[in-house]
Design a protein around this ligand. Sequence first.
Ligand SMILES: [Zn+2]
Length: 461
Amino acid sequence: MQIQFLGGVDTVTGSQHLLTAGGRRVLRDCGMYQGRREDARRINSQLPFEAAAVDAVVLSHAHIDHCGNLPTLARSGYAGPLHATTATVALTGVMLRDAARIQEQDASYLNQKTNRRGQPPVAPLYTLADAEQAIQLLRGCRYGETVESAPGIRVLFQDAGHILGAAVNVFELAENGRRARVGFALDLGRKNLPLIRDPEIMAGLDLLVLESTYGDRLHDDAVRAEDQLAAAVTKTLARGGKVIIPSFALERAQELLYHLTALIAAGRLPKIPVYVDSPMAVAVTRIFQKSSEYFDDATLAVFRRLGNILQADWIHFIESVEDSKKITAGREPCIVIAASGMCEHGRILHHLKHGISNGANTILIVGFQAQHTLGRRLVEGERSVRIFGDWFERRAEVLVLNAFSAHADRNELLDYVRQAAPRRIALVHGEAGQRAALAAALQRQQSAPVHVPANGETMAL
Ligand SMILES: [Zn+2]
């Protein structure tokens, strides 16, 4: 019995782990690696295993760094089941179709450039047809359910407390009378996030594979998110400005709607228009509206009291480009939630282009901003930024709200390990500094032996 650490090991994207027992192979996640274009193309197009030799796939959640390379897997000959929770199945459909569209657009953009230089055309990493092929393989289950993914490899789905439908998984492997229990806390969420329940603690683990994204960082408590949001909006409205929020379409946008509705219903904010200007966020929100069985008790109580808060009458879902343009041109105070979350593409760029030079406006940062993105440049306080090739002076205020995060921070990771009490720990999903810091902190709290695997490493179980 063994585990191979194949992706998302010393980096936070491209999560892939392969478990083997009794000659059967089960892949946990097939995420897309995100980074420089050429690295991403090379890593994502060459799977580090034979796709047709995999017996089953277990999918943890619908974030693209965990599900985004499933179309490549399907195109490479994998035709077995993809097990995931019912919410993840629904969300993954939206995410993969969108990812395929981006891959196709990206290839056609590159080909327009290379045609001029007489080079051979590039093919997209995958197409919409490949994505549809993967989507066909998805099979839904519930939290608490154990699935026999292959003979000798059973998997339990428990709530990760990360995003809607996200699971931590316990794999029970059996071979020649021997057994091993391997838990995956990738991605691991945090307590007190809106809408979803808190992370469940996995038990009886021989090995815990744990993320270390924030192995050396602390977030503000998630319960402070609403207060931080109220303060930022109030300050902007007093100036007569707009609040422009770059947001991931999945989960963060719905969290924002939840908080804004709660604040407006409580009279802590006036009834100002809230625009969700992202067709993908609209599609994802519709899935949330049908997924109340995944909500926590506090959310269900709010829904009973206020009705469907993801559909309040001050929330406007914008799909057409014409409607989007009307909002960018409008001068009235409002809140705009638009993708992409790191301001790299999508409609947020139009809102920034029209709003960034107005000192009354606020750009509210509520998510992780990777290096070399426009979002990171805004966080770093740059006064002059380029949007669609033109330079703009930034006069709008940039506020960073640190209570928004769907990942456990260092103390939350340490706490999870204390409660799960595994026999061994493998740290993945983190840059070198974060992994080393978390390993040291775990040793200080005298938890189980900690291993920091290399990418591609195999560990016997
Ligand atoms: Zn995630």
